[in-house]
Structures are given as C-alpha cells and as structure tokens.
Design a protein around this ligand. Structure first.
Ligand code: SF4
Length: 224
C-alpha cells in the first residue's frame, strides 16, 4: 500500500483534491505545452496498431519499427494476408512479438468481420477487439476525440499518487478516482501532462521538486 498523500495534503493544508486539480492542470499545460502522444501514426488503423505494439516497450522503440511496417500493412486485410510468422518477424523488435502478432491478427479479423474494416471510436467497441484492453482502448478513443476515460500508465499512477489525487494502486481504481476530480474536457490531455511531467521532472527515482511548477500544491514535495 503506498503512503497516502491524500491525507498528507490535508495535513499540510494544501487544499482538497477538487481545489488543487485545476491549478495543477493549468500549470502543467503551460509547462508542457508540447505534451502529446509520442507514437507516430497517420491513420486510425496505424494508431491502433502502434498502441498495441507499445505494450511492454517504449514509444521510441515502436516508432523505429512502424514506418516500415505501415508501408507494408495498409489495411486490416494486409495483416491477414501474410503467414503469422512473417508478421511476427516484422514486429519482432517491439518484444512479446508472438502475443502481439496474435492479438493484431485477431483484431484485424474482428475489424473486417464486424466493423467494416474501420477502427471503432467507442470504448465498449474497442475492448471487444482481441488483445485490446481498457488502457489501449482509452488511448485510442482519446486520440480519436472520443475520450470516455482517463489513461493510467506507470507515470500517471506515480504522479497521481504523489500529488495526492488517489491512494489506490489498481489502475482501474486510480482511473475512477481521477474521473471524479479531473474536469471532463481535460480527460484526454491530463494523462499526457502527467506523462511528460513524469519524464522530465517527477521521475521515479529522483523527483526534481526544486524545478517543479506544482511544488506548492504537492503533498509529497521533498522541499518541505
Ligand atoms: S513536487 Fe516533487 S514529487 Fe511533487 S510533483 Fe513535483 S517533482 Fe513530483
């Protein structure tokens, strides 16, 4: 169980979550005005495949593989037209290539059979695709302008806890806590802000609290 910074925020008199969330978002948005998804894609289908490939690896790694991949595979049918081993070879460098190839093939079959070859936008449709879990579905629907949830990855989890926005460990419960305080129009950009702040300032091992724009709103600041 992580230390509860929710209670610590109260003890330090920093204000309630609902009072702190808007200034936190505003300041992070100013500080990281370039915060956006790091994956490179040109279509809904490329977005979906990129996000599926990004499991257990870095976005940088995925971006090295996809330019060649997306020249070869342009439609869902293209992923079904080659032997499974060939697709595995083409995505090998992203790791877990067997599971990912299987998931991609299953997803392409469902897209062709049930969605006329198009990527659906709604969360409940996306999670019906084989190998597409809630996090992947959340990323895709948010990027397509239909965010229905808040993406929780390792950075979002760490920063949400440190900022005293949740005391939960489980991503689904963290998402539920965030949905209660983050204004609905900010659901899509909020994870990007935390991810970029996590990479640049509030890193896991040694957070740079002295350089942090939300330090006075953060119950886990090392400066006090
Ligand atoms: S004050 Fe420190 S711990 Fe809090 S968000 Fe900023 S860098 Fe992270």
């Amino acid at each position: 169980m992580p230390r509860s910074y929710v209670r610590e925020a109260r003890r330090r008199g920093l204000g309630r979550r609902r009072e702190r969330i808007v200034p936190i978002i505003d300041r992070l948005a100013t500080e990281h005005d370039d915060a956006e998804i790091a994956l490179r894609f040109r279509s809904d289908l490329e977005l979906l495949v990129s996000v599926m490939l990004s499991a257990q690896t870095t976005d940088v790694n995925v971006n090295k593989v996809t330019p060649v991949l997306f020249e070869k595979y342009r439609r869902p049918e293209d992923y079904l037209a080659v032997p499974l081993e060939e697709l595995q070879r083409d995505i090998y460098a992203t790791g877990f290539f067997r599971q990912k190839a299987k998931a991609i093939r299953g997803t392409m079959q469902t897209l062709v059979a049930e969605f006329d070859g198009k990527v659906p936008r709604r969360l409940e449709e996306l999670v019906r695709l084989p190998g597409v879990a809630r996090k992947t579905a959340n990323v895709v629907s948010s990027e397509l302008g239909h965010s229905q949830g808040i993406v929780v990855d390792t950075h979002v989890r760490r920063l949400s806890q440190r900022l005293g926005l949740t005391r939960q460990e489980d991503p689904v419960k963290i998402e539920r806590d965030l949905q209660k305080v983050v204004p609905r129009p900010d659901w899509a950009r909020f994870p990007h802000l935390l991810i970029w702040h996590g990479r640049r300032v509030c890193n896991a091992r040694r957070p740079l609290c002295e350089e942090c724009v939300v330090e006075d709103l953060c119950p886990s600041s090392r400066l006090r």
